[in-house]
Ligand binder design. Structure first.
Ligand code: NAP
Ligand code: MN
Length: 265
């Protein structure tokens, strides 16, 4: 990159964080980076915090596909954070060398009742908002697949596979596989209701439609990563892999498999 690099920093300001951020700003100036206050002007958006903060940084800056996102954590290394505020040497190394790679992460598009489309980097979750179960008809590419009754369903991206999906015994998916995974949250299985009962990994060109059965409990909570959508009532949720992808910087010696091993093994 030879053009002037404009950086937007996304973080929750705190007294504790400020001295470290100042160190980061100084380092940036040394390498001729310009800090901008408006994220739309940036070509690099750096999130400072955990994976949860990275998810928010992407959401609050509208899932831009024309800039690079960089995750810098303030504690332990996460799945989206390749750098650490406690290791300025490594950030400096990253700023000047070729040990950095650009990764593209698949994102899913969620459209509710044909009105508004939301993006998710980890997953879309649909959960009953009361103690009772709720029911959904699941369609894949127009094929009626199953009727689900239970607590909810999660549709995760490959990078989201190590989050909520993993707690539901979904498979951990290599982000090089461009697809999405459907997992169940406590499905009821009896002679009336029958679901697959196993995580379903779908190719990236599939269209998934969830039709909420209007039986009284038809106000599920719809979550996009770590935010609940403000939708009170819904009929149909369309989910597919988005055409755009999130670009992020990573160190070459910190692959997806390194992260899985570091976090879980
Ligand atoms: P949170 O409830 O505070 O944290 C959930 C944990 O998941 C945090 O440790 C977070 O890391 C980690 N995490 C986030 N994305 C991950 C990923 N792609 N791979 C592995 N771990 C990941 O909420 P949050 O920090 O805002 O994160 C939101 C995510 O939490 C949701 O997208 C969902 O995947 C997950 N979640 C999980 C469950 C569950 O497992 N039962 C329930 C609800 C939500 P940091 O500490 O670095 O932020
Ligand atoms: Mn968190």
């Amino acid at each position: 990159m030879t053009d002037r690099r404009k950086v937007y920093l996304y973080y929750k300001p705190s007294e504790e964080l400020e001295p470290k951020i100042e160190q980061l700003r100084t380092l940036g100036r040394k390498y001729d980076f310009e800090l901008v206050k408006d994220y739309t002007e940036a070509n690099i958006i750096a999130s400072i915090g955990g994976d949860g903060t990275f998810l928010q940084a992407i959401r609050k800056t509208n899932f831009r596909d024309d800039c690079l996102y960089v995750g810098i954590n303030d504690g332990h290394l996460g799945f989206y954070t390749d750098f650490s505020l406690d290791d300025m040497d490594r950030i400096e190394e990253g700023l000047q060398s070729d040990i950095i790679e650009v990764l593209r992460y698949p994102v899913i598009d969620v459209t509710v009742d044909g009105l508004k489309t939301f993006q998710c980097l980890n997953e879309c979750s649909i959960r009953s908002n009361v103690i009772k179960t709720f029911a959904l008809d699941v369609y894949i590419d127009d094929l009626y697949f199953e009727t689900f009754r239970g607590d909810g369903m999660v549709i995760s991206t490959p990078t989201g596979s190590t989050a909520y999906n993993k707690s539901l015994k979904g498979a951990v998916v290599d982000p090089r596989l461009k697809g999405m995974q459907l997992t169940e949250i406590a499905s009821l299985n009896n002679n009336e209701y029958r679901t697959l009962g196993a995580p379903l990994l779908l190719n990236g060109d599939r269209n998934l439609v969830l039709k909420v059965i209007q039986d009284g409990n038809d106000h599920p909570i719809i979550g996009a990563d770590n935010e609940a959508l403000s939708i009170r009532h819904c009929h149909e949720i369309h989910i597919k892999l988005a055409s755009k992808q999130i670009k992020t910087l990573k160190m070459k010696d910190n692959s997806f498999l390194h992260k899985v091993k570091r976090s879980f093994l």
